[in-house]
Write a new protein. Sequence first.
Length: 499
Amino acid sequence: MSRYYLTTPIFYVNDAPHIGHAYSVLNGDAVTRWHRLLGDEVFYLTGTDEHGLKVQRAAEANGLSPQVQADRTSQRFRAAWAELGVANDEFIRTTEPRHHRAVQKLMQRAYDNGYIYSATYDGWYSVADEAYISQEDVTEEDLKAGRVERMTEENYFFALSAFEEQLLDWYEANPHNITPEGYRNEALGIIAGGLRDISITRTSIDWGIPVPWADGHVFYVWYDALTNYATAAGYGDDEGRFAAWWPSARHLIGKDIIRFHCVYWPAMLLAAGVNDLPKFHVHGWLLVGGKKMGKSAFNQISPSDLVSDFGVDGFRYALLRDTPFGPDSEVSHESLQQRYNTDLANNFGNLLQRACALVHRKCGGVGPAPDTDHPLADVVAAVYADTAEGWERFQPSVALEATWRLIRDTNEYLQATEPWKTDPGSVVDTILGNVLESLRIVCILASPAMPFACEVAWGRLGLSGSPLDQRLPEAAEWGQYPGGLAVVDGEPLFPRLLD
RNA sequence: GGCGGCGUAGCUCAGUCGGUAAGAGCGCUCGACUCAUAAUCGAGAGGUCGCCAGUUCGAGUCUGGCCGCCGCUACCA
């Protein structure tokens, strides 16, 4: 048994949950569910990032305290993921006391180790980005709109430049630390291009975690936020727990935050004396009409709208199946619906439906046992291998495509044997037993993407328990449908969607 | 400017070490079937694998150049 600690980015409470956020969280949820099936000890973390100037100002504008502002938005994320059936083990908030302790400890250690020093910044500051910007990037429009302000403040800087070599060595020695591989080159490019020290504190705001060695300073959002991954694993609170979990840490991130995660964060860990560095799984953006999912168009559709259109599992499946993990992916309501109708209504749902109906018509509603040795068993073995590899490589779309081959072959088998033309008896029993067995395995293999629908389908087959409690790879071995179970001839699992 | 990636059927994409790889799914057309959610099964049409040149007995697959799209990064005006 191995540990699998996966994190999503924590989401900034300045924004409402949208499909882009959901995309990260669902990929992580499906992958961790797969690892649970394997019997791995899984820790899946998501949460919210709650400090910083933007939150402080949004709170002021709403006449609220920053904490109340953060509480409200954080709750929206929590509710959104619950609605999507996300099985995160914890939901961390950067305003929690344990997180304050962890950030202070991590940064204090870096400070004690000599990697943090003070300097004065005098220049332009972008409120929107919460970042210092250079003179030439300041535009008149920004000034008029108040997006850019003049600022002079004493800062503490992190000696990022001291870690160039260590980071390059680490990436050299661990070529699989970033997947898909293309993104590894980006991280290497950033490092090889030369690293500059970075400002990590602010005196201009209050809404943040206090710097332990300097009154009036709080940590800048990013250095506060990144540490959440360590906090949740017990850093600063429970060293035994941290030691157990941290070596298996993996961060699921979008390509826009590679610099912070794949360069700054490992350096921060090294500076604090943490030498186990995490792995990264990087995904692209969802595009609508060729443009990044922003605050317009499809974005106006909330995850919850899509749940009402496709059902939780319909949405989860269509999104995961239609978007290769890594590259940017074009998505639309039409493409999701097409995927839903083809793969779920026509293939999986309809196969289940016809199988159950046939069992009722030919076998009195009692599901027969399969052949112990049957050609479909070979299909299952191949499908299992490819499905497992897909999940292992953090490629949900590949894994699901592999699983669906079993559904296709089972439909084909049914068509070839035509049990509806045959009188009840052992021949029909065996055919239907084979189909039920095939469906049993599909229910398990598809459950990371569709935990609820697969449980329902499992029950239709007359099986007790849940596909979520099965153990792979044993449970995917052919021939375990016991026979003699009461099969349920119910309503279609995935009603075909018309428009 | 530098580094890197991409450009394969209408759509989304696979193509490992150059040699039955020109493929899959969807969509489309035709046929079959009727257990099932007008679902399923079969057959077929459709591509000069961005362009040009080269290496080779043989190149989506290697080399050079070009065009187009994109990412990271630098900098000069």
